[in-house]
Write a protein that binds this ligand. Structure first.
Ligand code: M6R
Length: 616
């Protein structure tokens, strides 16, 4: 949570900071602020509660002199309400010459604050961050050495933090530190950048490097020095950002979410590219780093939110094809429940951002117990990728809208690739059968496109149901996590009650919720799915219809049976039953987007949320 950007170079720092914050706003939008240093005017700061647009208006009304060094912040509030006073940057020192921004939580702030209060320091916010600003300023005032003051203070902080600090006495340098929160360097020509992720500076440079755990950066226009918290020099690994700034812009769409839903055929195709041959065989070079895969006797998939639902779909595929016992655990539950994990366990962590703290804590815990970690991640250079034994990147491109869409379908696609590779490695199915599945997987991008070309009725339905108080979702087998994902989309975007249920669970309680007119969206399994699950769901539809539900079915093209019972049916192309799972989510994404828009809500930035959850 919170987006951070820093710039030093010959250009306009305000331009770089505001455009960087615009691209990082998905990380939090409770307040925004900037500080710049002009050698003549000194340190100048503006910050305002609300979205970035409020800060931009403030800068128009109350301009500051542009400069060649500055830091900017967009906040997702943890300590202290979203007010002007709690907005970052925070100033430190009796002359307020130091400015600091922070992403994360300083866990020992209360103890440090008491120490500072006893020394007579006055606080102007309720944040945990302000202690760091005062501590650095005081140490600097005492020693005159900003570098050592900064390093000494970061060593006193506990918890998670990315800090960026500038000081009026040193108008050519930004000090930054990273522990348990993301920080990336962007290398330019006589200019350098810092950001929470590469989106902060990708329009200026594609040369980037992730800052490692417990490291400090001294960023100047012509040099970048990285040391660890003990002061030892560190080499960083440079990488080239693989997407353009245009990929992280709306490109004419009404919202990022609308654009990202439309990006899905490409996201799925790019995730398959180079990994799936035309004969249907899968080659995951990423598995080379996991030489012990053959000995694995169980898999735990761990993730949060939408990524966990993608993991549920992957579980069905891995168990069916690779015949390996697989469970899915929410990362925050896995980490704190004393699970049995050993060196025969493969943990598969799924994350769009690769910075979700709950997921990172879970993999660290699993690694301590000897497990190997394979991650499925969408963000180059993310902490998750750095800390995993191997990473399969989903090539969905940058996902900016808070509600995850294209990352989800790409994660499921990567899950299929993992399942097929494990099956080949373990010889759990004859290779020709695996190749047939691989060939079917090649059809997925085209099928996703076809769904997108026929979603108009779901758009209308979103508008029609704008005043619904509750919408229920039912599914069975892979349709169950799809139903839960449909419900999550509706909760986070439209703020209405939505629940996803396993259709078979209905009679064990949830059917009591059904009353006259209750909308229920049912993800119907393929007619060719094994074990007659299709007819079982048709029975469920009849049971809820008899009790007054308004039934909207998502079913495979050619399924005439369902049309006899549902009030209406939305058809998706027919693929092999396991592989068709992501097709059913697309109408649900469109439905939630339209319903939210019909209510006049901001689909890209729903209330109380942030894209990247970097605190536990
Ligand atoms: O970046 P991650 O994939 O690790 O994020 C996990 C969840 O926070 C995320 O999927 C969240 O549930 C989305 N807002 C759902 O749309």
């Amino acid at each position: 949570m919170c987006g951070i950007v820093g710039y030093v170079g010959p250009g306009s720092s305000l331009d770089v900071l505001i455009s960087g914050l615009r691209r990082l706003e998905y990380r939090g939008y409770d307040s925004a602020g900037v500080s710049v240093i002009d050698p003549e005017v000194g340190l100048q700061t503006r910050k305002r509660a609300g979205k970035l647009s409020v800060l931009v208006e403030e800068l128009e009304k109350n301009p500051i002199k542009d400069a060649h060094i500055g830091i900017g912040h967009t906040r997702w509030a943890t300590h202290g309400a979203p007010t002007d006073g709690n907005a970052h940057p925070h100033l430190g020192g009796s002359h307020q010459k130091l400015s600091l921004i922070h992403n994360g939580i300083i866990e020992n702030f209360s103890e440090l604050k008491s120490e500072l209060l006893s020394l007579g320091v006055k606080f102007s916010s309720e944040t945990d961050t302000e202690v760091a600003a005062h501590l650095i300023a005081r140490e600097y005032d005492a020693s005159g050495d900003l570098s050592s003051a900064f390093r000494s203070v970061v060593n006193r902080l506990h918890g998670a933090f990315t800090l960026l600090c500038i000081h009026e006495d040193h108008p050519g340098v930004i000090y930054a530190a990273r522990r348990n929160a993301p920080l990336v360097i962007g290398f330019g020509e006589h200019e350098n950048f810092l950001g929470s992720d590469v989106a902060a500076f990708v329009e200026h440079t594609k040369r980037a490097a992730s800052v490692g755990q417990d490291q400090i950066v001294e960023l100047r226009a012509d040099s970048v020095k990285v040391i660890d918290f003990a002061g030892n020099p560190v080499e960083v690994d440079e990488f080239t950002v693989s997407w353009d700034a245009s990929a992280a812009s709306k490109g004419g769409w009404s919202s990022f979410m609308a654009k990202e839903i439309a990006d899905q055929p490409q996201a799925v195709a790019d995730t398959l590219m180079g990994r799936l041959s035309s004969d249907g065989s899968v080659k995951l070079s990423e598995f080379a780093g996991l030489d012990t895969l053959k000995d694995v006797n169980r898999i735990i998939i761990t993730a949060c939110g939408t990524a966990a639902y993608a993991g549920e779909v992957a579980k069905y595929a891995i168990e069916k094809w690779a015949k390996l016992p697989t469970t899915v655990e929410l990362a925050h539950e896995l980490r704190y429940r004393d699970p049995v994990i050993d060196d025969k366990t493969l943990v598969v962590a799924i994350s769009q951002s690769g910075e979700t703290m709950d997921t990172l804590m879970a993999i660290r815990y699993a690694k301590e117990r000897g497990a190997k970690v394979l991650s499925i991640c969408n963000t180059q250079g993310a902490t998750l990728a750095r800390e995993s034994d191997a990473t399969i990147y989903t090539h969905a491109g940058p996902e900016v809208a808070v509600a995850s869409t294209k990352a989800f379908t790409a994660q499921i696609t990567a899950g299929y690739l993992v399942a097929l590779s494990l099956a080949a490695l373990r010889q759990s199915m004859p290779q020709p059968e695996l190749n047939e599945l691989g060939k079917e997987l090649l059809k997925l991008p085209r099928a996703v496109k076809e769904v997108l070309e026929s979603v108009d009725r779901m758009r209308e339905l979103g508008k029609e149901l704008a005043n619904a108080k509750s919408v229920l979702f039912l599914g069975r087998n892979t349709g169950f996590p799809i139903a839960m994902e449909g419900a999550l989309k509706l909760k986070e975007l439209a703020y209405i009650h939505a629940e996803g249920f396993a259709a078979g669970e209905l009679k064990h309680g949830p059917i009591a919720l059904i009353e006259e007119g209750q909308p229920v969206i049912v993800v119907v399994p393929s007619q060719s799915a094994p074990d007659a699950i299709h007819s079982k769901v048709i029975s469920n539809i009849q049971e809820i219809k008899a009790r007054g539900a308004r039934v909207i079915a998502i079913a495979e093209r050619g399924d005439d049976e369902v049309a006899k019972f549902a009030h209406e049916v939305f058809y998706v192309p027919a693929l092999q039953p396991m592989i068709s799972a992501p097709l059913s989510v697309i109408p649900l994404q469109v439905f939630a987007l339209e319903l939210s828009s019909a209510k006049g809500l901001d689909v890209d930035q729903p209330r109380n949320l942030a894209k990247s959850v970097t605190v536990e």
